[in-house]
Ligand binder design. Sequence first.
Ligand code: IVH
Length: 663
Amino acid sequence: MDFRKRIDELRDEIRKHDNRYYVLDDPSISDGEYDQLMQELIRLENENPDSITEDSPSQRVGGKVREKFKAVPHRFPLLSLDNAFSFEELREFDRRISKVARDISYMAELKIDGVSISLLYENGILTGATTRGDGVVGEDVTANIRTIKNIPLRILTSLPRVEVRGEIYMPKREFARLNQEKEEKGERVFANPRNAAAGSLRQLDPSITSSRALASFIYDVQYMEAYTLTKQKDALQFLREQGFAVNSEARFCQDISEVFAYAEEYLGKRHELPYEIDGVVVKLNSFAEREELGQTAKSPRWAIAYKFPAEEKETVLRAVEINVGRTGIIAPTAILEPVSLAGTTVSRASLHNFDLIKERDIRIGDAVIVHKAGDIIPEVLRSLPDKRDGSEHLILPPANCPACNSQSFRLEGEVAYRCENINCPAQLKESLVFFASREAMDIDGLGPALIEQLVENKIVNNIDELYCLDEVQLSNLERMGSKSAVNLLNALEESKKRPLNRLITALGIRHIGSKSARILTRYYSDIDDFFRLSVEELILVPDIGVKMAESIVSFFAEARNRETIENLKARGLNTKQEGGSSGQLLLSGKTFVLTGALSKLSRSQAAEIIENMGGKVSSSVSKKTDYVVAGEEPGSKYDKALQLGVKILNEAEFEKMLEEYMG
Ligand code: IVH
């Protein structure tokens, strides 16, 4: 079959499934089947690069990292809404309208708590996306908007120009996930899903936006040729037919009393919705009547936002619990006098970090105001200092880890205090899982289930005790025969020979991944070197920043980590790097890109060799690439290399090069 025809077929098919999955919430094929279609499309497009169009469903992420956002003036000012805070004010609004309008029926819509966006489709294809900004000039966020899966890259109509407006939001679950991830990394959390959506949208690197599951609801047709719509109700239907995600809770209301009922209903239901709302938007349904009413400088007279009252409660902070998470973060949790809040009883709330406690002047015994961030995460917002009687206590960051008593540390640029003890009981399982993992010591057969047993039964209490296991101990464990026990012991024995970069990786030092470990061991080829390193010296090493340097220094400063390393040495682990030298490295300054499968080495092994010899491995081909190493079935990087005239090496040539260099 003609590949063009197949590409068109696949694109149509994938668009249909994207719409069913992301917009209608009604998928008709499995994820696996979907992936197959997408892979086939990507393969055909790679084979025929000329066929790639920007509205292809394969092109959602692909935008480059930018320096800054372009300012774009809006063709029509993006108005804002007046607010009503009570039903009385809503009735006022209705009265004002009835003085002018005759048909006073409304569309009541949920007020999604996100960021306003304007989208431009030219000849049916998404060509622009602009944030509201100050309403007159916004920022061009097209590349980021393309990554949002329920925004169609192409709509049904091919009119020359269609402009629509809607809201970009972050679903509650994604907000909770992102904040947890941030907390685990020791970073500041987002205050609410709106900030999170705004922060995610304003990323210069679209791949970051893509990694955050943003979504959209579109609610307004701002402009199109041959505009025949006469009612908001029809506009929503039209948008739906074009493939946009339109909120399905919107309701036609004959009069303002039906709007009250709607608002009442959603005031009760708001916690059940998967996204946060902060009110209800009431819009006059008839566009002709809207014309009559007109607008003020900032907002239309035909619509209003009824804002829900903030859900906050007062309670008392009884105590603060300090816990160490599995990643070593020492986090404070508020223990509260139980209070009913946003649909549940709350007795614990996040205090996030000690900076925030200080900023918000929160003390034990204080009367405090609590709310739920993103409608799910209970949080202490502030204290009520006027209610103090003098019996309150300050909450101070702990000098020591509550689980193992090691000294706590705080890294540059992080808000969290951490425990850096690799053997801290709160972190031991995680430390061990990582220690044994493929990219670290690669200990075959030592997975999470076995580690769970070893730690729970107190057989392994320290990383180095892994190397004291014997066959009897192991074969007594569940699902462990003597054969697997012997295999594991062999794997442990084997792992002792790994080069130093593996061991450095395996220690799980914050911010030091396998790549940084390889760089470090090129300069410091004996683990003893690490004990005497200073931040000042480390930041001179290429690609090692302050955060990494501080992390290394604090890790090796911890007495228990030093002890573990001494023990590992005593148990016979290799702690040196062969070939690590201080002299000129053989592949210094050369950048490689790997594509396709090599027969003798895995990609990560090849990368390790290149980096050990001073070369750099990059994931994308550019003019600066020195060599592309192409194995079996190379991907698009191969084509790119051809295009740019970058030298391509096959496996044999690559091997020969390494041999030559190694002399
Ligand atoms: S209509 C002129 N409808 O609320 C029409 N806005 O406070 C203006 N918003 O800037 C917008 N959900 O970002 C409208 N269903 C909805 C909305 C909505 C959320 C936001 C929007 C607007 C702000 C006004």
